[in-house]
Design a protein around this ligand. Structure first.
Ligand code: ZN
Length: 109
């Protein structure tokens, strides 16, 4: 299932989606769209394409996950991508997954 051919194609698709879409996309939608069997693979792929994007003058922007029940926002490092399973404040498990988008950063010519 997760052979190298599959994920290379998927990483390219992921890059294309992010470049074409322009808005934030939540990881749940991406997972469904690209038919990932596990969120770990998706996170791994997202982290691995950041360098490719940077080479093209693009930067990945991560919006942190939040709790749907109480609105708590999970504070991670800017470059960190995590999908928490439980809210530390109200202990609910209805978590809004993080979303990502790419922005154009100025290139030094
Ligand atoms: Zn909460």
């Amino acid at each position: 299932m997760e052979d190298s051919n599959t994920w290379q194609t998927r990483r390219q698709k992921l890059i294309n989606i992010l470049k074409e879409y322009g808005f934030s996309i939540d990881l749940k939608s991406l997972m469904r769209e690209l038919e990932y069997s596990n969120k770990k693979y998706l996170i791994k792929d997202i982290m691995s394409i950041t360098k490719t994007l940077r080479n093209e003058g693009l930067q990945l922007v991560i919006s942190p996950p939040s709790c749907k029940a109480c609105g708590y926002v999970f504070r991670h490092k800017k470059t960190e991508l995590k999908i928490p399973s439980k809210c530390p404040r109200c202990r609910e498990q209805r978590i809004e997954w993080p979303s990502i988008r790419v922005i154009l950063i100025r290139k030094i010519l």
